[in-house]
Design a protein around this ligand. Structure first.
Ligand code: UDP
Length: 239
């Protein structure tokens, strides 16, 4: 049996990853498929922390464009991530994966508050920890949350699951046929070339804390497991 390459991972699931073909809200079948993929990795004995996005329900920038105060709109975005986290928790537990949701904005009736040491304990005990409500601060993103939590819990890697894109390209492969896929990049390349992987705050945090990142396509069945087992299917970003 092939040994997993990573012991502890942070999986970044954007809201889009749960939205399915409609591109909005939560699609039950899509959510179940993602949960099964997570279970397959969990069964390998890998410790999994998940950071849920919220863009399938609400994004702060959308509110700002509608004339809302940005911070207020961002808090709505953070609440959206909690809805996704609870949905994901439900489907994971239905297939026998023990989970805990931890929120960066306290909501004690429905989830634990984020406590780093407790999160680590859950991981050690084989529970999947789902981090919700981003960093708890407006003007940040769940990409930044992934980098922050990965640094805090000393994860070996951030798995950036993308929808329909199998890695990082020199240009948008959907509109530019000369676009080339990179297999390996450095964090500095991402920042200097302005490649669309994470926002710049998240990239800087990953670079400063030497956190490797793998960008891969979530839409192909079995891909999370392939990455965890060390297959080169996406783009790896290191120091
Ligand atoms: N958000 C925030 N602070 C955080 C994380 C998220 O204010 O630390 C808000 C922000 O408005 C964002 C929304 O939550 O637009 C949803 O998160 P994100 O856009 O990162 O989700 P994704 O694109 O991954 O689905």
């Amino acid at each position: 049996m092939v040994e997993p390459k990573y012991k502890r991972v942070v999986l970044k699931l954007s809201g889009e990853a749960l939205a399915g073909p409609k591109g909005f809200g939560i699609d039950p079948d899509t959510m179940k498929n993602v949960a099964q993929e997570i279970k397959d990795v969990h069964d390998l004995g890998v410790e999994i922390a998940i950071v849920c996005g919220g863009g399938n329900i609400w994004r702060g920038v959308t509110g700002e464009e509608m004339g809302m105060e940005r911070a207020q709109a961002d808090y709505m975005g953070m609440l959206a991530t909690i809805m996704n986290a609870l949905g994901l928790q439900d489907v994971l537990e239905n297939i026998g994966v023990p989970t805990r949701v931890q929120t960066s904005i306290e909501m004690r009736q429905i989830a634990e508050p984020y406590i780093r040491r407790k999160a680590e304990r859950h991981l050690e005990k084989g529970r999947v920890v789902i981090f919700a409500a981003g960093t708890g601060n407006p003007y940040f993103s769940t990409d930044t949350t992934s980098a922050l939590r990965a640094a805090e819990i000393e994860a070996n890697v951030i798995l950036m699951a993308k929808n329909g894109v199998d890695g990082v390209y020199s240009a948008d492969p959907r509109s530019d046929e000369t676009a080339e896929k990179y297999s390996n990049l450095t964090h500095l390349d991402i920042i200097q070339k302005g490649l669309q992987v994470m926002d710049s705050t998240a990239s800087s945090l990953s670079m400063d804390n030497h956190i490797p990142l793998v960008v891969f396509n979530l839409n192909e069945s079995g891909n999370i497991k392939r990455v965890v087992l060390g297959e080169d299917i996406g783009t790896t970003i290191t120091d």
